[in-house]
Design a protein around this ligand. Structure first.
Ligand SMILES: [Zn+2]
Length: 426
């Protein structure tokens, strides 16, 4: 199967047998299908390195079919799924079960995170082909301060010492969260979420993780980094990588009044001051990449009161349009978008053949039209959750074609192939 993307910004691009076979100039390849890309921009396929596709266990919120179709609509060609499914991905058996689901249903390429619980070190030493190990620093709820920090130190020490893989951390300090929850326990305003989980909560956990990575020599990645203080911390440790989510770039605490618990997310949305620092961080390279932390919940669940509404927002469909709109608004360059959404995640996790438009690389490609303007509407959402916190925003710059392994999968907001993705390799 051969396709030539004609007249891209780097000349013609020949896709053959799932690989980028040739780039540049005028390519005349007999028998190849020609697709005109005049006036559009061709990017390496977008990699979303942090999604929760909910399957197995919570298919009412999302599954590999719906989640991967949403990804295609958003120009995303590869996703890395987090381990907090049911069963949790903390045993090789559970990992194989999830892999079978993804192979059967996912229209995009995928990679799997494995959970580090403090009780599954032997499995982690044996497991093959994972993106990294995810650790929730708030996982030891119910223990005293000393036990918590000792448990976490042992858990991270064991991981740093026994695997070369990246240890990706959800950095929030459980003890501080509990203390702050007590303070606000009789309040029900969604705004308290950003007070209970304030920037000290994130900084305390990030500091501890960085300290332990230095002490034991591990590969540390901070997930969904959200505060100015953490950025200042990480500026001193260039070997520690981090990601930022679209919701932390596009929402502030001022948005609770309109969106209430629909923007309840962990870590929470922050102040304008933090948001400005995050934008500076994505521009100056301190932030390694943008990932969505796509975490769909049903509308009825988000409509519950503060204490009962689950945390998490969907994002895989609109991350790229949001960033392209930022390009059109002069906040970023298109090169920044490629660095943050394609090259960054491929480089940090060392994925083979992805993240760049290069001959010999996988033919995962996202074609964008920087001039299309469209309002984001809940009714257009492909994710099973059926809503998005970005509804009502008019964004300029949208993906118009998504190729996975050389196969055109999405064109003009239509899914045009039932092809399946593959698991990433190293
Ligand atoms: Zn997450």
């Amino acid at each position: 199967m051969k396709t030539v993307l004609k007249n891209s910004q780097v000349g013609d691009i020949l896709l053959e047998d799932g690989i980028i076979a040739k780039i540049g100039g005028n390519i005349d390849s007999p028998g190849a299908e020609e697709i005109d890309c005049t006036g559009k921009h061709v990017l390496p396929g977008v990699i979303d390195a942090h999604v929760h596709f909910r399957s197995p266990g919570h298919e009412e919120k999302e599954d590999w079919e719906s989640g991967s179709r949403a990804a295609l609509m958003g120009g995303v060609t590869t996703v890395f799924d987090m381990p907090n499914t049911n069963p949790q991905t903390v045993t090789i058996e559970a990992l194989e079960q999830k892999r079978a689901l993804a192979r059967a249903k996912s229209h995009v390429n995928f990679g799997m995170f494995f959970g580090g619980t403090g009780h599954n070190l032997e499995e982690i030493k044996k497991v093959k082909g994972i993106v990294g190990v995810k650790v929730y620093m708030g996982a030891t709820t119910g223990q005293t301060v000393d036990e918590t920090s000792e448990f976490m130190e042992k858990l991270l020490r064991d991981l740093f010492e026994s695997t070369e893989k990246i240890i990706a951390i959800h950095a929030e300090d459980e003890e501080l969260i509990k203390k702050h929850s007590e303070t606000y326990k009789s309040d029900i305003a969604p705004e308290i979420h950003s007070l209970i989980r304030n920037d000290s909560v994130a900084l305390a956990a990030s500091k501890r993780a960085v300290h332990l990575a230095k002490k034991y020599g591990g590969n540390l990645h901070i997930c969904h980094m959200s505060t100015k203080k953490e950025l200042e911390l990480l500026s001193k440790y260039p070997e520690v990588t981090c990601e930022v989510t679209p919701h932390h770039l596009f929402f502030t605490v001022g948005d609770y009044a309109r969106l209430e618990n629909f923007i309840k997310v962990n870590p929470p949305v922050r102040s304008k001051n933090d948001v400005d620092a995050l934008w500076e961080g994505v521009r100056n390279g301190l932030v390694s990449f943008v990932a969505t932390d796509h975490a769909p919940h049903l509308v009825a669940e988000k409509q519950r009161g503060y204490w009962d509404a689950p945390a998490g927002v969907p994002g895989v469909e609109f991350a790229l349009p949001l960033m392209l709109d930022a390009v059109n608004n002069g906040r970023l360059s298109l090169g920044d978008v490629a660095r943050l959404m394609c090259e960054g995640p491929a480089t940090v996790y060392g994925i083979r053949g992805k993240g760049f438009l290069k001959e010999g690389y996988d033919a995962d490609i996202t074609v964008v039209d920087m001039d299309i303007s469209r309002e984001v509407l809940d009714k257009d959402v492909v994710s099973k959750c059926g809503w998005t916190p970005y509804a009502g925003m008019t964004l300029r710059g949208w993906p118009v074609m998504t190729f996975v392994g050389g196969v055109l999968m999405m064109e003009g907001r239509e899914i045009v192939s039932g092809n399946k993705g593959k698991e990433v390799t190293w």
